[in-house]
Write a protein that binds this ligand. Structure first.
Ligand SMILES: C[S@@+](CC[C@H](N)C(=O)[O-])C[C@H]1O[C@@H](n2cnc3c(N)ncnc32)[C@H](O)[C@@H]1O
Length: 321
């Protein structure tokens, strides 16, 4: 029997949900692992998702939208009923929104690189969401039994193969670029950021609120714009006398491949340094060692040179450079 394009899209979407269950949610969120597996086997839900553009079918986006709309995620059957009954509203949110998860915990894997650069720093984050990763100098860090900095939130990270940095970086300028900057002082934006935090992750939810307070006390410069078209103009606003660091974490999977290449070209023509923390299939590097285990890891790279495997929420870093 010949397959229709819709069959193919359902198969691809099913594979994406199965992979999310196995590589991203397993051991991290049993609730999302269950849901993703259930969706990967549900022809009816897969057929609905297949009618959306690929970027709007992602597990994280679907689960976040259902939570944002007040739907259940604990029980796959109740989740399914909600999605089918409220599909028009769910689909509208899927089309309107993007995964903008803003995880301050990722600063813990950036810190060893940031602290080793010539200080002070002018930080420019592309794909900044609400800008919570722009405060690596304000958060406290716990690397095993070693604490760096004081105050809150405290970001925990298991470091392998490298000593923790002795101190936090000195930041004299911070700016973010995003297609849709979020505002931590806007309750609707905070509700969306909260819905994107995985259900069991109460510590991450508390961290989101604590990091949002840090950002609200000294709001970053957040500019609406595209990471290819608008980066040079924003970079030109960085003060002289500070090391410009352009960085991005978990952003390029949202960017089509030709634009990723254009972005890399723009970055190479900027002064300063470039820190990338992206999945290896999204930003490719030659000669990577095997990742520490089968779980999903990002690659931390400085100026195009890969340095370490990192876990997606900043919970672990394995240095290999
Ligand atoms: C998953 S969030 C990550 C936010 C933050 N980097 C972090 O790690 O917490 C990705 C962000 O990239 C932004 N984004 C996606 N494509 C973009 C583009 N072409 N230009 C600028 N921002 C973009 C999205 O709007 C979203 O806020």
């Amino acid at each position: 029997m010949s397959r229709t394009p819709t069959d193919d899209q359902e198969t691809t979407t099913a594979g994406r949900y199965a992979e999310f269950a196995a590589r991203e949610a397993r051991d991290v969120s049993p609730t999302y692992e269950r849901l993703a597996l259930a969706v990967s086997r549900d022809r009816e839900v897969l057929a609905l998702l297949a009618a959306l553009p690929p970027a709007d079918r992602q597990p994280n986006l679907l689960f976040g939208v259902v939570r944002f709309l007040g739907g259940p995620v604990e029980d796959p059957a109740a989740f399914r009923d909600f999605v089918l009954a409220r599909w028009a509203a769910v689909a509208a949110e899927l089309r309107a929104r993007a995964t903008q998860t803003n995880e301050a915990g990722r600063c813990a894997v950036l810190l060893p690189v940031l602290a080793a650069l010539p200080q002070p720093l002018a930080l420019l984050e592309v794909g900044a969401s609400a800008g919570l990763c722009l405060y690596p100098d304000r958060y406290a860090y716990r690397y095993g039994d070693r604490q760096v900095g004081a105050g809150g939130p405290v970001l925990d990270c298991a470091l392998t193969g490298i000593a923790p940095p002795a101190r936090r970086p000195e930041v004299v300028w911070r700016a973010g670029l995003d297609l849709n900057p979020l505002d931590v002082t806007d309750p609707a934006d905070m509700a969306w950021l909260d819905a994107l935090v995985w259900p069991e992750h109460t510590a991450r939810r508390a961290r989101l609120r604590a990091a949002a307070s840090v950002a609200a006390a000294e709001p970053p410069l957040l500019v609406r714009g595209d990471l290819v078209d608008d980066l040079p103009a924003l970079a030109a606003r960085a003060p002289a006398g500070a090391t410009l660091v352009v960085f991005h974490t978990s952003v390029l999977y949202l960017v089509p491949p030709p634009r990723r290449a254009a972005f890399a070209e723009v970055i190479r023509n900027l002064p300063g340094h470039w820190i990338a923390n992206e999945a290896p299939d999204v930003l490719r590097h030659d000669g990577l060692p095997a990742p520490p285990d089968g779980a999903h890891h990002n690659v931390l790279a400085l100026d195009g040179v890969p340095l370490a495997w990192t876990r997606p929420h900043g919970q672990a870093l394995t240095w290999f450079a």
